[in-house]
Design a protein around this ligand. Structure first.
Ligand SMILES: C[S@@+](CC[C@H](N)C(=O)[O-])C[C@H]1O[C@@H](n2cnc3c(N)ncnc32)[C@H](O)[C@@H]1O
Length: 173
């Protein structure tokens, strides 16, 4: 599952590269969902579904427990102004809703260019899901279903030489 897939670069590439893996994307902005859905349909990709919804609601109400191999959250909106931080995707409820939906051994893969948000995210995991140990990952990391596929944001930041923070968590087997 990819949360906040935006223009869908990662989803299109990963879906094409892994025809035996089923993908599911959630995007809250309708025009991005339609844009990405069009890209997927043009390529006749059938191992993927995308929906337009708030991932917080979908995760807490509609995803069966132990059902996902990986949840990918790449470049969540930072909501820079302090008074807007409450709009951030990562909060206590969201972080707690991630572990139950993963299969044992499943991954949560996170990337952001925002150092301060990265620190907040890792602190939330340490406090709310202490049984999950964080580790860095890169696009060449094995096992996490993210090898080599950059998102639109990541490609832009890599081209600019901007540092990117990656962390992944694995649900115990
Ligand atoms: C900064 S963009 C990154 C897009 C893409 N992941 C990338 O790396 O190119 C963040 C995306 O998350 C989406 N988003 C924000 N909150 C969301 C939510 N609660 N549920 C689903 N998508 C969300 C935004 O609409 C936006 O497309």
């Amino acid at each position: 599952m990819e949360i906040g897939f935006g223009k869908g670069r990662f989803l299109v590439h990963a879906t094409q590269a892994n025809p035996n893996v089923n993908y599911f994307g959630i995007e809250i902005i309708r025009k991005y969902q339609l844009y990405t859905a069009t890209r997927l349909v043009k390529r006749k990709l059938t191992n993927v579904k995308v929906c337009c919804a708030d991932a917080k609601l979908v995760l807490s109400n509609s995803i069966p427990p132990n059902s996902l191999s990986a949840v990918n959250i790449f470049f969540p909106d930072p909501w820079w102004k302090k008074r807007h931080h409450k709009r951030r995707l990562f909060d206590e409820g969201f972080v707690k809703s991630l572990a139950p939906v993963l299969v044992p051994g499943g991954w949560i893969n996170i990337a952001t260019d925002v150092e301060e948000y990265f620190q907040e995210i890792t602190a939330l995991f340490a406090e709310k899901l202490p049984f999950l140990k964080g580790e860095p990952w890169g696009e060449d990391s094995p096992d996490s279903l993210v090898e080599g596929h950059l998102t639109n944001f990541e490609k832009k930041f890599v081209d600019q030489g901007k540092p990117i923070h990656h962390v992944r968590y694995r649900k115990p087997i």
